[in-house]
Each structure stands twice: as structure tokens, then as C-alpha cells.
Design a protein around this ligand. Structure first.
Ligand code: P6P
Length: 341
């Protein structure tokens, strides 16, 4: 008599690889190739984590003396994170090219016939916070090349709306190192156990609340905002119990940290256009698009204030965009203030 099939054990000790290989990630397209590529990203994250954790001791704090394509001073950890991702993703032959915040142009990686994917990445987001030990992160997205594997990747492979992403995620280097990941349906969090050296499932099926009570914006830019943003910023501080106002203000200054809190707790993060940054400050390809993909998969919303981020057609690798992320109701309220001006 066959033993009765036992129900699956509770989801303890599930690594990222197990979660993908057992199809729990929620995307039938997640195959061995994706697992291999994602494992490379996670290996790079583990290596970056080790450097971030040791940064206070090792000689990796401070600046290299160079400036990147953004005109920003390159911090040693920025460069180290970028080089780590590039060297790790050069193995196993799945990555055709990388678009990185740190590199002027797209970097070809492999013309192996299996190289069907392009990775867009901000290797170390929040660099300005590195030296004061504030949370920083890595943001990435994975696109499938339009052409067949084996042909070099071109700009047409990356200058695409974010809705074409196959996968997006971020690493948050904070009290814990966390990986938050989605293939477009369901968003899942994996927490790194340094004692084991693995990412374990810790937040299955993260949902962004329909409405929150926290807002996150750099108030130091308020004199540069449009009239609509200024009116919204005044409205969100008014006393009104029926709409949970005033909202609490939280602003870390690292997109990954502010976005992660907003994803889990709800509310709104906004980096709108202003007179200093007329196109916004954040980059479309490797900051806004992956974050927008994650928030929409978690039931949240992501716009440039008026249009859906994932529908924006990029024209340049490092182009910037205004970014409003968060609970659907809060993002729509922000858009209403912009419409009314
Ligand atoms: P500000 C960090 O430098 C970053 O690119 C994002 O991580 C963050 O959201 C934003 O800039 C903070 O910009 O102008 O408020 O310091």
C-alpha cells in the first residue's frame, strides 16, 4: 500500500534556487537559464555584501578620484560593486550585455549562443550614504534580447519600455541583506543568512497596501517644485483623521531603502521634476523601471507623476525621469494635484 503523500512541509529553509526550481516563483518562464543568471546576480550580491559589511574596516570607503557618466564622484564601493557584477555575470554565458549606471555605454559580455539576456543595473544605489553607514542597495532588471543568442546585444535590446522586463529585483544592504524579486507576478523577499551563505525565503508574496500613511520626498527641494507638488506637500501635512493625515515623513535618501519601506508599509515615495532636475533625478532604465515593475507586481503603482513608468519609451541609456512610487490610492492622489496644478 503506497504511503500517503504528505503535505509539503512549511516553507522553512527555502533558498532562492529551490523557490525558482520548484516553480514557486510564480512564472512558468523561470527556467534553468534564469536560475543560473539569478544565481550569478545573487553571488555578486553576496560578494558586494561582504565588501559593504567590511567597508568600515577595509580601505574601500571614500572616493576613487574619478567621476562617472552622471558627473558624480565615484566611490570605491561603487566601482567595486560594478566590477564584481561584470566579472560574475561574465561566467556561465547567459548574459549578453550589461547596462550599468557606472558605465558610459552598454558593456558587451558574451556572444555565446546561450547569451539571451541583458542586465540593467545600478550597482550601488545611495552611494552618498556609504560613508555614514546608511542603508544602500543594488537595483537590477533582466531583459531578453530581441535577436537570437549569439548576436551582439544592441541599443534596441535595452531602449525598451519597462513592461518588457522579464525579471526585476533589488538588494538592500541594511541590518539584514535582503533580495526582493519578481518575474511580474508575485513579489518575494529573501533574507541572506551569512552563517549559511544563502538567501532564504522570508517574505512570500509581498503586497503593497492600497493606501498608506507615510510620505517620502526630499523637502529640501520644495522651493524648486511645481505648484501642484507644493500643494500636495501642504495637503499631506494637514490634520484630517478620515484620510489618515498628516502622513508621517520618512526620507533615507537611498532609493532602495525608501522604496522597500513604501512597498511593505504603503504610502508614497516621490522624486518629482523640479527646476534643478527638469526631467527628474532618477534614471529610467535601471532605477525607475525595475522599481516600477516590482511595485506593479505587488499591486502598487509607479508613474512619472502622470504616465505609467513601464510605458515610457527610453531614448537614451542614462535618461532620467520623475518617479512616484507607492500605494495606488496615494499615487493617484499625487497625480490629481499635478493635474490641477
Ligand atoms: P537626493 C542616491 O544618490 C539616489 O540616486 C537615490 O538612491 C535616492 O533616492 C536619490 O538619489 C536621493 O537624491 O537629491 O534627495 O539626495
Amino acid at each position: 500500500m503506497s504511503a500517503s503523500i504528505q503535505p509539503p512541509p512549511p516553507k522553512l529553509g527555502i533558498t532562492l534556487e529551490t523557490y525558482i526550481m520548484e516553480g514557486m516563483i510564480g512564472s512558468p518562464g523561470a527556467t534553468g537559464h534564469f536560475t543560473s543568471l539569478l544565481n550569478q546576480v545573487c553571488l555578486a550580491a553576496r560578494m558586494i555584501t561582504a565588501h559593504v559589511r567590511a567597508a568600515g574596516l577595509a580601505d574601500v570607503l571614500g572616493y576613487t578620484g574619478q567621476t562617472n557618466v552622471q558627473g558624480e564622484a565615484v566611490q570605491k564601493l561603487d566601482e567595486l560593486a560594478n566590477n564584481t557584477l561584470r566579472s560574475v555575470l561574465s561566467r556561465r554565458g547567459h548574459c549578453a550585455a550589461i547596462v550599468s549606471e557606472e558605465d558610459d555605454e552598454m558593456t558587451p559580455i558574451s556572444d555565446d549562443p546561450r547569451a539571451k539576456y541583458v542586465v540593467v543595473v545600478d550597482p550601488l544605489d545611495g552611494s552618498s550614504n556609504i560613508d555614514c553607514n546608511v542603508a544602500i542597495g543594488t537595483i537590477f532588471g533582466i531583459l531578453k534580447k530581441r535577436g537570437e543568442g549569439g548576436l551582439p546585444a544592441t541599443k534596441d535590446d535595452v531602449l525598451r519600455p519597462g513592461r518588457d522586463l522579464l525579471c526585476a529585483g533589488y538588494l538592500l544592504y541594511s541590518a539584514q541583506t535582503m533580495l526582493v524579486l519578481t518575474f511580474g507576478r508575485g513579489v518575494h523577499g529573501f533574507t541572506y543568512d551569512p552563517g549559511v551563505g544563502e538567501f532564504f525565503l522570508s517574505h512570500e508574496n509581498i503586497r503593497c497596501p492600497e493606501k498608506g500613511s507615510v510620505y517620502s520626498i526630499n523637502g529640501g527641494n520644495s522651493t524648486r517644485w511645481s505648484a501642484g507638488v507644493r500643494k500636495w506637500a501642504a495637503w499631506i501635512k494637514e490634520e484630517d483623521k478620515a484620510t489618515s493625515r498628516p502622513y508621517s515623513s520618512r526620507y533615507v535618501g537611498s532609493l532602495v531603502a525608501d522604496a522597500h519601506r513604501t512597498l511593505l508599509k504603503g504610502g508614497i515615495f516621490a522624486y518629482p521634476a523640479d527646476t534643478k532636475s527638469p526631467k527628474g533625478k532618477l534614471r529610467l532604465l535601471y532605477e525607475a523601471n525595475p522599481m516600477a515593475y516590482i511595485f506593479e507586481a505587488a499591486g502598487g503603482a509607479a508613474t512619472d507623476g502622470t504616465s505609467r513608468i513601464l510605458d515610457l519609451q527610453p531614448t537614451e541609456t542614462h535618461e532620467r525621469t520623475p518617479l512616484v512610487l507607492g500605494s495606488r490610492e496615494d499615487v493617484e492622489t499625487f497625480a490629481r494635484f499635478l493635474r490641477e496644478g
